[in-house]
Design a binder for this molecule. Structure first.
Ligand code: MG
Length: 160
């Protein structure tokens, strides 16, 4: 694999783990602000990001590339509010999608088709991530009341 492509792949692994850390920050904020269902949901979201990073790590290892992990930035301590938590998550996921589309294009241009296939899986995954968040935001905007928020928190707490 070209050095440049490997560096981009490693950078994305770092970003997946950083995403996990961001969702854990959101989980901590939710717990601290009386939204235990959301805290649980965000924790699951954080776990999913770890599996994303590991999936990318394992791919590189399968093709005999060396995985180097670098420091990850701490997430924010404070968030402006309940619905904003999901709006920020959606913004973040859109950033992730744009990054992965770029990685897919780079891998394809370099004729690294197996790597491109890996990113193709992630592009599909991003459709789901974004649609879940859009659904949550749409529901919250329909009932922008404390009851709406509490119902959503309960619902999010049921995530398996
Ligand atoms: Mg991810």
């Amino acid at each position: 694999m070209k050095k440049e492509l490997l560096e981009l792949a490693l950078d994305q692994i770092n970003y997946e783990f950083e995403s996990s850390y961001l969702y854990l920050s959101m989980s901590a904020w939710a717990q601290d602000n009386g939204y235990p269902g959301t805290a649980k949901w965000m924790e699951k979201q954080a776990e999913e990001e770890i599996t994303h990073g590991k999936k990318m790590m394992h791919f590189l290892q399968e093709v005999n590339e060396k995985v180097i992990l670098t420091p990850i930035a701490a997430g924010p301590v404070d968030f402006p509010g309940f619905i904003e938590l999901f709006k920020l998550s959606l913004e973040h996921e859109k950033k992730v999608t744009a990054r992965i589309v770029k990685l897919y294009e780079e891998a394809t241009a370099a004729k690294e088709y197996a790597l491109a296939n890996l990113y193709s899986w992630f592009i599909d995954e991003q459709v789901e991530e974004e649609s879940t968040l859009v659904d949550i935001i749409t529901r919250l905007e329909k009932v922008p009341t404390p009851i709406g928020v509490m119902m959503m928190d309960d619902r999010l707490g049921q995530r398996a």
